[in-house]
Design a protein around this ligand. Structure first.
Ligand code: ATP
Ligand code: MG
Length: 234
């Protein structure tokens, strides 16, 4: 399976944010998306998930057997940096509802409490309103949704920054476990996280995407080189 971005362009009120971004992402890999503030990472994710209309280009999904189709939003899971959840439900009620409306998509359904165990939300918190959850708890709950439905493409917009170190490690391990069946792209400003978790690094700079030579990723001067790339073209 491949996710193909073909010459994506997105303008906001005449300002060109994405200027012909092309890249092919493959199943089984975790991609780290790096770029400066305002480079357009969130915008690009919104284009992939079809949450916004873009001005030009195509987002395609190839099954690896010659079938290529326009991506359908149901194949994309998008974990926002600011989690969007119904605050008036308890975590338990929300998860029950989420499972109910996605029943036909879920393979290997587990008990609701088992899911909460995965993301380590305490028993008493499961029955509290989401409104009272911390940012990290909301993020975990949102991420859990995609661990349940397992969409082909999972986009994570700076998700791990709000997790405490223990949970971040668990989520990292989880992502590594599930990556074989998914295309995972996550944006981050934490270079350490990118080198730890990612198989490939992609930079969004001046509105276009560019892969970083994988030999650099684990080299001692990775940080310097990335800073150089990001400074250079701005
Ligand atoms: N709805 C919108 N209307 C107008 N301009 C927008 C809108 N959304 C984003 N932009 C502009 O597009 C550019 C890219 O924004 P975007 O949020 O995608 O960047 P980013 O790479 O995610 O940044 P950060 O690292 O800070 O999250 C910015 O200049 C921003 O002001
Ligand atoms: Mg952003």
């Amino acid at each position: 399976m491949k996710l193909i971005l073909d010459n994506i362009e997105k303008n906001y009120e005449g300002k060109k944010v994405i200027k012909g971004a092309s890249f092919t992402f493959e199943k089984g890999k975790i991609y780290g998306l790096l770029g400066r503030n305002g480079a357009g990472k969130t915008t690009l994710f919104n284009c992939i998930s079809k949450d916004i209309e873009y001005d030009n280009g195509k987002v395609l999904l190839s099954d690896g057997e010659g079938n290529i189709e326009d991506i359908d939003y149901s194949k994309v899971g998008f974990v926002f940096s600011d989690p969007v959840l119904p605050e008036f439900l308890t975590g338990y009620e929300f998860l029950k509802f989420f499972i109910d409306i996605n029943k036909d998509k879920i393979q290997d359904l587990k008990a609701i409490d088992e899911y909460f165990n995965i993301i380590k939300i305490d028993e008493e918190d499961r029955y509290r309103l989401i409104r009272g959850y911390s940012h990290g708890m909301k993020n975990k709950l949102q991420m859990l949704c995609y661990l349940i439905t397992r969409p082909e493409v999972i986009l994570l917009d700076e998700p791990l920054t709000s997790f405490d170190v223990v949970v971040a490690l668990e989520i990292r391990n989880l992502l590594k476990e599930i990556k074989h069946n998914h295309i995972i792209i996550f944006s981050t400003h934490i270079l350490q996280l990118a080198t730890d978790l990612c198989d490939e690094i992609v930079v969004l700079n001046n509105g276009t995407l560019e892969g970083v030579d994988s030999s650099i990723i684990r080299s001692a001067d990775f940080e310097e080189k990335i800073i150089e790339i990001l400074k250079e073209e701005n």
